[in-house]
Design a protein around this ligand. Structure first.
Ligand SMILES: NC(=O)C1=CN([C@@H]2O[C@H](COP(=O)(O)OP(=O)(O)OC[C@H]3O[C@@H](n4cnc5c(N)ncnc54)[C@H](OP(=O)(O)O)[C@@H]3O)[C@@H](O)[C@H]2O)C=CC1
Ligand SMILES: O=C(O)CCC(=O)C(=O)O
Length: 502
């Protein structure tokens, strides 16, 4: 038996992101930062009596890498799910047949996006929409505008989105899109020109009953507004084809807050299982965009103290905590002035700024002593060294606000040290859940109050927590939210695919 097979024999309860060095070495030469290269063993949890990784899972994983060897983030996301759902196939062997289907997008659209900059020069970017799975409803998922955008990143995000949307309890399939466009440093007119060109093409492929995009990194209210306006012009229809819209033209109250608030609601539920709460806890938050801002707001409202925020140039540490007034400064800095987080340390004497040093194996933000950590910036931002630092600093809970911010080794390190760990597809699902509520309001031609939407969001996060928690117990991995989320998310999609004659 080869190294690959013997590693997989260790069982699905080993959680996601388990290292399988043989498989990795053979098929993933261009592996993502954080791709598992460490041998199995120390740091990996074991559960007795779990099923072995079957040939269908092996074949599906190999197939994914063989088909697209240059898509490491997509491989990482697929592995995380497939390695934990094996026990499902002991109970439902026929479902294994679906693996090659769920790991292949239903459709990938790629297009050029020409636009003119402030000097009248022609610029060309590359736009995409990955329509991953429509078993549960219209494709649903954000658009990312960032220079790093490529098919590997969008396929990983779209794949995660399928199971995340399944967990929300709402009827939404999964998709993701975006462009390698960098809004940083661009004028409003340049961003508008880009968004209009992007939507001119995308409008052919989306629709309120087909595919409903929203925001993600680099796409906020401004960009959604420009794209909605262009869709309306091109299609001559005013419909809920995007979510995250302005309140004035069909947006939902609480959508801007929803991902950050939802994350904190989920963490509250996790702490409650240990008869604990956020009150008095010190919290690390990374990023300073949409998710980070509202996670900070909710933590503070619940009596916790957020002491860090970051952006791609570095992080600030404020020993006194980021209270409501300081957060208002951050929101103005980031959402209006579009400035750098370093400005915070110039304004508040209680804070220090440390510039990002890419040569370091760890990010000093995660070495700050804290009870709770909420990575809310981007994928693979918490590496193994960072996880060790978090553990050394006494962290009790890590909740992923971003999509896949923890590398495989980082996750394993946290789990092995009995840190409560929430995978993004469960803990950051509040954003897309609220988008689902925006779609419902658009269909009803009604607007619900802030309190109504917030209470629905809160209930959905409780339900997601319950589904992840109880499914983990049912499948013999109590307290393992990775196993619970992946299995609960997969089962609903798989049943729907089977019923539709997949
Ligand atoms: N918005 C939403 O509703 C949802 C978002 N998410 C996920 O949450 C994360 C953050 O999204 P969101 O807050 O909307 O995005 P924003 O664009 O509002 O903010 C992103 C933040 O992350 C930082 N960041 C981005 N890329 C990097 C990088 N490579 N290295 C360091 N810092 C980086 C940005 O810094 P800088 O400005 O310097 O680039 C910024 O502070 C993403 O993973 C996204 O997929 C998940 C669910 C829903
Ligand atoms: O609100 C949405 O449709 C998408 C949110 C998103 O992109 C995500 O959950 O990662």
């Amino acid at each position: 038996m080869g190294e690959m097979a013997s590693s997989w024999m260790m069982g699905a309860a080993q959680l996601r992101r388990v290292a399988v060095s043989g498989w990795n070495a053979r098929w993933a030469p261009n592996a993502a930062r954080g791709w598992p290269l460490a041998p199995m063993g120390a740091g990996v949890l074991h559960a007795k009596g779990m099923a072995t990784m079957g040939p269908a899972v092996t074949a599906a994983l190999e197939g994914v890498v063989k088909r697209d060897p240059d898509q490491p983030e997509f491989h990482q996301a697929v592995r995380e799910v497939l390695e934990t759902i094996s026990p499902v196939f002991d109970r439902h062997p026929a479902m294994a047949e679906l693996l090659p289907l769920i790991t292949e997008p239903e459709r990938v659209i790629q297009f050029r996006v020409p636009w003119r900059d402030r000097n009248g020069n022609l610029q060309v970017n590359r736009g995409y929409r990955v329509q991953m799975n429509s078993a549960l409803g219209p494709y649903k998922g954000g658009l990312r505008f960032h220079p790093s955008v490529n098919l590997s990143i969008l396929k990983f995000l779209a794949f995660e989105q399928v199971f995340k949307n399944s967990l929300t309890t709402l009827p939404m399939g999964g998709g993701k899109g975006g462009a390698n466009f960098d809004p940083k440093g661009k004028s409003d007119l340049e961003v508008m020109a880009f968004c209009q060109s992007f939507m001119t093409e995308l409008s052919r492929h989306i629709g309120q009953f087909t595919d409903v995009p929203a925001g993600d990194i680099g796409v906020g209210g401004r960009e959604i507004g420009f794209m909605f306006g262009q869709y309306k012009k091109v299609r001559n229809e005013f419909v809920g084809v995007l979510t995250g819209k302005g309140i004035e033209y069909g947006g939902s109250l609480i959508r801007p807050e929803a991902t950050g608030y939802g994350l904190v609601y989920f963490v509250q539920e996790m702490l409650a299982t240990k008869s604990s709460s956020l009150k008095g806890k010190t919290v690390l938050v990374s990023g300073s965009g949409n998710v980070a801002q509202y996670a900070t707001e909710k933590v503070t409202q619940l009596g916790g103290k957020v002491v860090t925020l970051s952006d791609s140039s570095g992080f600030i540490y404020d020993k006194d905590g980021i209270d409501a007034e300081k957060l208002a400064f951050v929101m103005d800095l980031k959402n209006v002035k579009r400035g750098r987080i370093e400005e915070y340390a110039k304004k508040y004497r209680s804070a220090t700024f440390e510039a990002k040093d890419a040569s370091k194996a760890h990010n000093p933000l995660w070495a700050v002593k804290a009870d709770v950590a909420l990575p809310c910036a981007t994928q693979n931002e918490v590496m193994e060294e960072d996880a060790k630092n978090l553990v050394a600093g006494g962290v009790q809970v890590v909740g992923e606000g971003a999509n896949m911010p923890c590398s495989i080794q980082a996750t394993n390190t946290l789990l092995a040290n009995k840190v409560l760990f929430a995978p993004g597809k469960a803990s950051n699902a509040g954003g897309v859940a609220c988008s689902g509520l925006e779609m419902s309001q658009n269909s009803l031609r009604l607007s619900w109050t802030r309190e109504d939407v917030d209470s629905r969001l809160h209930n959905i996060m409780k339900e997601i927590h319950h589904a992840a928690y109880s499914t983990a117990e049912e499948y013999g991995a109590p307290g393992n939210y990775v196993v619970g989320s992946n299995i609960a998310g997969f089962l609903k999609v798989a049943r729907a695919m089977n019923q539709q004659g997949a």
